[in-house]
Ligand binder design. Structure first.
Ligand SMILES: [Fe+2]
Ligand SMILES: [Fe+2]
Length: 199
């Protein structure tokens, strides 16, 4: 954990304050995942000529609100101007889209690129910036991930970030359909943009 440091370019809080707040907001395994996503995001930024510090911070905070209580989420969705359809979904979706509210409130990060990357990290989207793709893929391939195909996902992503996005969306859609889980519409739309091969 010693190599974690964020210049306070994106928040008036110090690196230590951000780390302490994040640690207090989640259990230890989730925190360790966020550290690995931060490191993987930094690596992907280097490979894709993007700002490494910004990617490291966005990766670190991506799951900041993953363990916020459901009741608190429902209250925020009702009172803070979010799409009321979100009430029909769950924390798997909320912690990206609505997670941005808690990141702004608690970590005082207002940078729209970082917030958008968090917003899109669970669902993907039709339009994705380089940072969106970096966080989306770092979350999927960080070294702690272990699922059939993860090695291929890593190879694809390190070779070509866009191809990685296509790989993950196809993988997630199949996985959710296999379990007969509900699929967020934005994920379908994203799949049609990023995953389709010309044939
Ligand atoms: Fe997440
Ligand atoms: Fe995550």
């Amino acid at each position: 954990m010693t190599d974690l440091f964020f210049a306070n370019t994106y928040s008036p809080l110090s690196s230590q304050e951000i780390i302490a707040k994040e640690k207090a907001n989640m259990d230890a395994p989730r925190f360790a995942h966020c550290v690995r996503v931060s490191q993987t995001a930094q690596k992907l930024a280097r490979l894709n000529h993007y700002d490494e510090d910004k990617a490291a911070l966005a990766g670190f905070v991506h799951d900041y609100a993953k363990q916020v209580p459901v009741s608190e989420y429902r209250e925020v969705i009702k009172t803070q101007g979010f799409d009321q359809d979100l009430l029909n979904w769950n924390r798997a979706i909320w912690h990206g889209i609505v997670g941005t509210y808690f990141i702004k409130r608690d970590l005082q990060i207002t940078d729209s690129e970082i917030l958008t990357a968090v917003d899109r990290h669970t669902t993907g989207d039709v339009e994705m910036t380089t940072l969106d793709k970096i966080v989306f893929m770092a979350d999927f391939i960080e070294p702690g991930r272990d699922f059939p195909g993860v090695e291929e996902a890593r190879q694809v992503t390190f070779a070509n970030l866009d191809a990685g996005v296509g790989y993950q969306l196809a993988h997630s859609l199949s996985f959710l359909a296999e379990k007969r889980n509900k699929i967020y519409p934005r994920t379908f739309k994203a799949y049609n943009v990023w995953s389709i091969k010309d044939n």
